[in-house]
Design a protein around this ligand. Structure first.
Ligand code: PRX
Length: 630
């Protein structure tokens, strides 16, 4: 048996022994008394009895050896600023933020919603919450007021931390008006709003509720706020993600299991060492940003780069210039970003000294072979795909080069990572054995440390959404189709549900449909994900208009299409905006009234829509065919 196969086998068969060893990678205030409590499946409690703190592990514990080394490097090509915080500097800022949050009434277990651009203050806020045992809920800065309101409603934050504005491609994107609108839409009102003023946009300050970070920080320049030691199972954060229904789920993560999982992944999968620099190009609003911009690299004692800006501004060499300047050893991005860079001048890739870089990891969406070939040929570094989800927090499938160097296969994110007992299940709910068969990727419970504990305040939804019984055991569904080859490598074929992946951003088609339906002249709509060369997928909407007499000509079509897009921009944000909105007389449905999204998607992609014997009105699909062929 090879070293990795044995490592993986042990993680499953001697689960507690394996994870007890991994737990040594982090600091505990008091040691766990039980590694895994799985007495109430599918709920798993990791490192029971142990107390620890994420901020301590990410910041304080490094002060002894590397107080003066870089910890957080905040680069913005939007405001042309670069700020480098050492571990000591970060420690000081996080304590100031923690002190301010406490002044605003935040206590252990309270939620703090963070709606911020990619600036250092966002990292301070996340770490400050962890420090005092508050539960952060970061909302992607690209979301608009509707999406933000539903997250405020569900997480009921005591305080919201935000900013005047972000900036994208040189264009200021105001956050404050969206935040004010979201608060007015939500029935829950935060006790206070804390604002970083970047002086990018004027802010309308609500007296008694809104506070400026800059002013409150001054009062706490030297305030000491010790880490609150929390139970390993204490929730560290919630992060909302899309699923089949229109209502996003609050993925709830623990503290101790997450710290251990990230520390282990930095060692075995990403191979990052203390004192080096990690550069993940994601955003703190997504799970990659939580695990591999903020917590993972810092827990490993690495400097982490937070980047605000486009990959192509001032030119397509900006990321490589950062690799050279900060001697990045490990980089993490998404295939979409690589496809964008592929269109840039190839000379930009040879212009900088990339000798520090050991590997580029890619995740979030399928890595197509041309993209993988291009980047590996140009960069001449290992390109390592890894597959995971908001729910899991760290890779399910990958290559653990820290355990054993293993070859990647084009098109495959790799093999099951330690701790994950991965299997494929067929339509009848039976496990598929042998190679080259297509099924749903499932993981036998318990999920390893670091994965979601439950859906925030909805245990029932957690069980019903993700879990089913197979041979008497609980298995977790990833909602992804997959194939396993004879060597045990998996290939991911796309989602089984109504989730689409646009430029690596996970979106629910139902959420987009709900937004579009709020337009007064739309009676019904179907949104599907359609394959796209650059973004992987784009959303395309087919809508039935209430009063079709307005659609007198092409200009009227274009006007209504623009209006519908605007509704999505205002509710979800531009990330959710469909590439096209087409108007149809009727949507294809089964005789029992179920929308045939898969058939619409197939037609849009020029594929055979399959068995349509249950379809109510074949003309409906024909109209979509004609429209997309046009
Ligand atoms: O469909 C899979 C796809 O992204 C989904 C999870 O998205 P999210 O919750 O945003 O988490 C991203 C964490 C990297 C998955 O269900 N996905 C993720 N990684 C890959 C992938 N599809 C193919 N290959 C991957 N490497």
């Amino acid at each position: 048996m090879t070293a990795y196969a044995e490592f993986h086998r042990r993680s499953i068969q001697d689960r507690d022994g394996f994870w007890a060893e991994q737990a040594q990678l982090v600091d505990w205030k008091s040691a766990p008394t039980q590694v895994c409590d799985y007495s109430n499946p599918p709920f798993a409690k990791w490192f029971v009895g142990g107390t620890t703190n994420l901020c301590h592990n990410a910041v304080d514990r490094h002060l002894k050896d590397r107080a003066g080394q870089a910890a957080l490097i905040a680069v913005s090509t939007e405001t042309n600023t670069e700020r480098v915080y050492t571990f000591a500097g970060l420690h000081a800022e996080v304590q100031r933020m923690a002190a301010v949050l406490k002044d605003l009434g935040v206590q252990k277990g309270d939620r703090v919603l963070i709606y911020m651009p990619m600036i250092a203050e966002a990292a301070f806020a996340m770490l400050a919450c962890a420090r005092i045992g508050a539960i952060h809920s970061v909302v992607f800065g690209g979301f608009a007021s509707g999406s933000l309101a539903s997250r405020i409603e569900d997480s009921e934050p005591k305080v919201i931390v935000s900013a005047d504005a972000g900036s994208r491609g040189g264009k200021v994107v105001e956050y404050k008006p969206l935040l004010d609108e979201a608060i007015s839409l939500s029935s829950h009102k935060p006790g206070a709003v804390l604002l970083a003023d970047r002086k990018l946009a004027a802010m309308n300050i609500v007296a008694g509720r809104d506070h400026l970070w800059g002013a409150l920080r001054e009062k706490h320049l030297n305030t000491v706020v010790p880490c609150e030691w929390v139970e390993s199972t204490h929730p560290s954060y919630t992060l909302y993600t899309s699923g089949t229904t229109g209502k996003p789920k609050g993925v709830q993560r623990d503290t101790g299991g997450y710290a251990v999982a990230l520390a282990a992944s930095m060692k075995h999968i990403y191979c990052g060492n203390a004192g080096e620099t990690y550069f993940s190009t994601s955003d703190i609003g997504w799970v990659v940003g939580h695990s591999y911009i903020i917590y993972g690299p810092l827990i490993a004692g690495m400097a982490t780069i937070m980047y605000e800006g486009l990959p192509t501004r001032p030119d397509g060499g900006i990321w490589w210039s950062l690799v050279e300047k900060y001697k990045v050893t490990v980089m993490f991005s998404a295939p979409t970003a690589v496809r964008v860079l592929k269109k840039q001048d190839p000379a930009l890739l040879t212009k900088y000294d990339l000798s520090s870089l050991r590997a580029l990891f890619l995740a979030g969406e399928p890595l197509d072979e041309p993209t993988a070939q291009w980047i590996s040929g140009s960069l001449k570094k290992p390109i390592i795909d890894n597959y995971w989800q908001t729910e899991t927090g760290w890779p399910i499938l990958g290559i653990a080069n820290g355990v054993e160097q293993k070859a990647s296969k084009f098109g495959s994110p790799g093999v099951p990572m330690y701790g994950y007992n991965v299997m494929l299940m067929d339509d009848a709910g039976e496990e598929l054995v042998g190679g080259d068969k297509k099924g749903v990727v499932m993981v036998e419970g318990p999920l390893p440390p670091g994965c979601m504990q439950t859906v925030w305040r909805d245990d029932d939804r957690f069980v019903k959404t993700y879990w089913q019984k197979l041979n008497g055991k609980y298995v977790y569904s990833t909602f992804d189709w997959g194939v396993r080859d004879a060597d045990g490598y998996y290939f991911i074929l796309g989602r089984t549900d109504d989730v689409i992946n646009v430029a690596g951003h996970r979106l629910g088609t139902r959420e987009i449909e709900e937004a579009i339906s709020s337009h007064p002249n739309i009676s019904e709509v179907a949104v599907v994900g359609v394959a796209d060369n650059l973004k992987g997928q784009v959303a395309v909407a087919f809508a039935v208009v209430k009063d079709a007499s307005v659609l007198v000509d092409d200009a009227a079509h274009a006007k209504l299409e623009a209006e519908v897009m605007k509704v999505v921009d205002n509710t979800i944000g531009a990330v959710g905006r469909p590439a096209r909105v087409r108007f149809v007389a009727v949507l294809p449905k089964t005789r029992s009234g179920k929308l045939l999204r898969r058939a619409i998607q197939a037609v849009c992609e020029g594929r055979d829509p399959g068995d349509l014997t249950t379809m109510e009105d074949p003309a409906a699909l024909q109209q979509i065919k004609d429209l997309t062929a046009a």
